[in-house]
Ligand binder design. Structure first.
Ligand code: PEP
Ligand code: MG
Length: 299
């Protein structure tokens, strides 16, 4: 039986037989970070830095960014926090990183593609993140949004390491990146699957359009097969692979993702206890069985 929200959870993400899956939070503000810490998150799996600047008319200075990030990192001293570099464009436009007009912004210059056109903006953000990490004592790693190839991942990881940040990862949210997960993990320290965009691009269904919302369903076997490739790549390379899209907040899907080889789940604070409790009441073999059923199209 599925546990209800608010069921018992001891605060350590693991199955009943001790298979560890970290339960992390998605945050975009200091209020989110406090709520996540209060909810018992083991860390932050996705800090959406662009949320700090949706209304900013110009690029914030390194010192402004440092202060904003440090305030969000503060509740997580000694804990892991994954900071995502600016995911500008499409559904999250930033005035200071606006591209030339594009017919299809979701397929245009967004996320890491902006950083490659404006590497000085990325380097300033990385300097601010490194300083905020030192201020807060959080165990900070950095990841890039909207990565399509291992070459892009390697470029980003090089930039992160040059900024003195130890751990560099990328999001898997483009189908090509899921298909290249092995090569991407070989040049990074971790990956995290963004199921919101991975579904959008897999089903060619705009995530903001209600008319195609039924296609953007993370239980769809085609999406789960892509996630399975990422889980297999994580096992083969011995590196972590998280999920930080909305799929991670579904207590039953959390078991499926665990069975597919995903090693951490990151979600809104409200989902943390019910996902933690859901994993705690089944064994890893049950998760693998749930994954096999879901891959076959059963719910
Ligand atoms: C995702 O695409 O699943 C994701 C976590 O990133 P965002 O929702 O911010 O695009
Ligand atoms: Mg995304």
């Amino acid at each position: 039986a599925d546990r209800q929200a608010g069921a018992e959870w001891n605060g350590v993400g693991e199955t009943a037989d001790g298979h560890r899956v970290k339960i992390l939070a998605n945050v975009g503000s200091a209020a989110d970070a406090r709520a996540a810490a209060d909810a018992g998150a083991e860390g932050v799996g996705l800090f959406r830095t662009e949320f700090c600047y949706l209304d900013a008319p110009s690029e914030p200075s390194v010192e402004e960014q440092r202060a904003a990030y440090a305030a969000i990192l503060a509740p997580f001293a000694g804990k892991p926090v994954v900071v995502r570099t600016l995911d500008a464009g499409a559904d999250k436009p930033l005035a200071f990183l606006a591209p030339d007009p594009e017919p299809n912004p979701a397929l245009g210059v967004r996320g890491l593609r902006v950083a490659r056109e404006r590497p000085e903006v990325l380097d300033r953000q990385l300097a601010a993140i490194a300083a905020a990490a030192a201020d807060s004592g959080a165990e900070v790693s950095v990841m890039a949004p909207m990565v399509a190839t291992a070459e892009e991942a390697a470029w980003f990881a090089g930039r992160v390491r040059a900024a003195g940040i130890a751990r560099a990862g990328v999001m898997i949210e483009i189908p090509a990146a899921a298909l290249a997960a092995r090569e991407i993990l070989e040049v990074t320290d971790f990956v995290s699957v963004g199921t919101n965009d991975l579904a959008q691009y897999t089903f060619a269904a705009d995530r903001q359009l209600g008319a195609v919302a039924a296609l953007n369903d993370p239980w769809q076997p085609a999406l789960l097969r892509l996630i399975a490739l990422v889980g297999e790549a994580a096992r083969a390379t011995g590196k972590p692979a998280g999920v930080c899209g909305e799929a991670a907040a579904d207590p039953r899907l959390a078991r499926v993702l665990t069975g597919l080889g995903i090693t951490s789940l990151s979600m809104n604070a409200a989902a943390i206890r019910s996902v933690g409790a859901s994993l705690a009441e089944v064994g890893f073999a049950d998760c693998e069985a749930a994954a096999r059923s879901a891959l076959a199209g059963e719910r």
